[in-house]
Structures are given as C-alpha cells and as structure tokens.
Ligand binder design. Structure first.
Ligand code: SAH
Length: 354
C-alpha cells in the first residue's frame, strides 16, 4: 500500500490503490471511491452520499489536484473554459464544448510546452513541467462533475470526446499520457475512438502509440508541406522531418486501422499559398487523411496573422481541386481566449507576470 503524502490528492492515487484513501475502512470503500472519482464524479466530496462523514471530510480539499482559478463560459453557455492551478503554481487549461451529439473536452498534457512553435501562445511561454496522470484525468473528471452540476442544454451530459489539444505536447509526456488513456478508456469507460491525441510530430511517440492496444485517434499538426517552411514554424521538424513524420503516420494507420487527421492552422502569406495547398493535398491523399483547416488565433507574441475570408475560401477551393478531403472549422470561444494557452496569457498579463 502506498503511503500518502500530505498533498496527495484522490486523482493522484493509483485507481487500484484507492483503499489507501480510506484507512481503517472496509474494503468496499475502494469500489465506492472508484465509482465517485471516475464514473460519477462530483465537484465536492460532501456529495459522496454513501461514504461516512469522516471519510468525506478527509477528502475535502484533497479531491482535485488543482483549484479553479478562472471559469468562463461563451457561445451562449455551450463553451466552458477552465484555468486550473496546481499547488506548485502550474497552470492547466481545459475547454468544454457542447454540440448536438457530442460533448468534447480539450485537455492539457503539460504546463507550458517545450516545442516553441512560432504561432502558439503556449510555446511562447516555454515549458513548466509535465502534468502527472492524475492531473490529466482530473480534467476529464472535473468536466464530468461540472456537467452533472450544470448540464449544457441539448448536449450529452457526459464528456463523450476528449482531444489532447490544450497546452503541451502529449507525446513528449508519454508515460503519463499512456496511463491517462488507460484510465479514460478502461475505468471511465470512454470509447477509445472518441479520444484524439494531437501531436506536432514526435515520431517515436507516434510509433509507440500505434503499438498500444487502443484505437485512439491521432491528429498531426502539420501546418506546412515542405521541410523549410515547417522547420521555420515548428522547431521539432528539424529533428523529425516530414518524410519521417509521414512514415510514422502511415505506420499508425497500418497498425490501428485508424486514419490520422491533419491539422492546418492558416496563417496569412505563410501557408495559405497554392504551393502549400498542393503539398498538403498530396500528403493527405497518401495518408488517406482528412484535413482540418482553422484560421490562426493571433497570440500576443506571434508575428503571424490570420488570413482574410477570401484567401481561406481560395485555399479551401484549391484543396478541393487537388482532391483532398478538407473542412474549414470555425473555432469556439473566441471571446474567452479559449484557444491555445490564451487564458493563461491573459491571467499572467493581469497579474503583471509578463
Ligand atoms: N502539441 C500538440 C497539441 C496542442 S496544440 C499539437 O501540436 O498538436 C493543438 C492545436 O492547436 C495544434 O494543431 C496547434 O498547431 C494548434 N494551434 C496552436 N496555436 C494556435 C493558434 N494560435 N491558432 C490556431 N491554432 C493553433
């Protein structure tokens, strides 16, 4: 049995060792805790009605591995965004989006990010630390507890889809990513197919993920179709150039039977050209991949700009002509800085940290 440190929170305890949270209690308390933590999460341990008062009290304040620093809602209540704060000061962002048939949660895998992509707010902040498994899974559990408390009208009242598109590079935090996928799929009971890992191109991580027993989705943040441009936007491309990335994506498809998706953030005059459209279309045909195109969300420190509506239409038209499957997606939560580390930037600006 693990000895609990004074700051260990419930989600940071191995789900097979939950009895350690209820010392001196009968063994079935572990099953009840598993149920409350993973299957029917509640915001507060006071709501764990079948547990004795003393146990509920002991969980008070050590249920979540973070506190809510900011909660915001947008899009008529269909988007909910949290900035969580861990006791050591690390910030963790998650965004919940309600649609007609799915409720999607975008989660973070690291506090900050070491990848330093030129267009990304998180990258501009630098790397703080990896999130541990509990901190990753607790984002999903917290969103489920929030939905239980206040559902989004007209959307499923559970998180049905998870995307690792918040802060951090999930494949650079592989062991915690892996364990969090295990808990989401095997304990929370989410469908593996409804969980998507998004990567900037950590090639060994893509291959490892392909060898796991789950059919999770893989999104590749491509953003450029030649090495020169891609390296200028995404420093990691120097280490894992396009041919290696494409080969790893093919391996993922072969092993899992799941088509990858290509993410393409359009930046004016950078990757919205005819040449780039032809290049990404060719890559997408080779991978049988769908291309998700979004417009850049300009961040305070980025030199890039979002393209005009006209050049978006033009780019989409070119993709169609080159035979690519592509969708232009509008982003949610613009008015609450929901994209990519921006809430954290705002919070830091208000505190004068910058
Ligand atoms: N590190 C992972 C996941 C986090 S980023 C990855 O790179 O995939 C999630 C997505 O948001 C990526 O496709 C990323 O390229 C994109 N993104 C980052 N900054 C953005 C911005 N300012 N505007 C639009 N999309 C952005």
């Amino acid at each position: 049995m693990t000895e609990l440190g004074p700051s260990t929170t419930a989600y940071q305890v191995d789900p097979d060792d939950l009895a350690s949270l209820a010392p001196g209690e009968p063994a079935y308390r572990a099953d009840q805790l598993r149920e409350w933590l993973y299957k029917r999460p509640v915001l507060d341990s006071d709501q764990m009605t079948n547990l004795p008062g003393a146990l509920r009290d002991s969980l008070h304040g050590r249920l979540w591995p973070f506190v809510v620093e900011i909660e915001q809602s947008a899009d008529d209540g269909r988007t909910r965004k949290w900035l969580f704060r861990a006791p050591d000061g690390a910030s963790i962002e998650a965004v919940l989006m309600g649609y007609e048939k799915r409720t999607t949660l975008c989660i973070s895998s690291q506090a900050g990010c070491a990848m330093a992509c030129t267009f990304c707010a998180t990258g501009q902040f630098g790397f703080e630390r990896h999130l541990d498994t509990g901190e990753i899974v607790a984002q999903v559990a917290y969103a489920n507890a929030s939905l239980r408390d206040r559902p989004i009208a007209g959307s499923p009242d559970r998180v049905t889809n998870v995307v690792f598109m918040g802060m951090g590079e999930p494949l650079a935090n592989y062991s915690h990513l892996r364990e969090s996928l295990h808990r989401m799929i095997d304990i929370i009971d989410m469908a593996a197919r409804s969980v998507t890992v998004s990567t900037v191109g950590v090639v060994p991580g893509i291959r490892k993920l392909a060898d796991e027993p789950w059919q999770v989705g893989l999104a590749i943040s491509l953003h450029a179709a030649d090495d020169e441009l891609r390296t200028s936007l995404i420093p990691l491309n120097k280490r894992y150039p396009l041919n290696e990335l494409i080969a790893a994506a093919e391996y993922f498809f072969d092993k899992t039977g799941r088509r990858v998706s290509i993410e393409w953030t359009l930046m004016a005059g950078v990757n919205d050209t005819a040449e780039q459209a032809a290049g990404v279309a060719a890559i997408s045909r080779r991978l049988k991949a769908h291309i998700n195109v979004i417009s850049l969300n300009p961040t305070p420190l980025t030199p890039h700009q979002r393209p005009s509506r006209l050049s978006v239409d033009d780019f989409m038209g070119q993709l169609a002509r080159y035979g690519a499957n592509a969708t232009f997606r509008t982003t949610r939560g613009q008015d609450i800085d929901a994209a990519c580390g921006q809430l954290r930037v705002r919070s830091a600006e208000q505190k004068g940290e910058q």
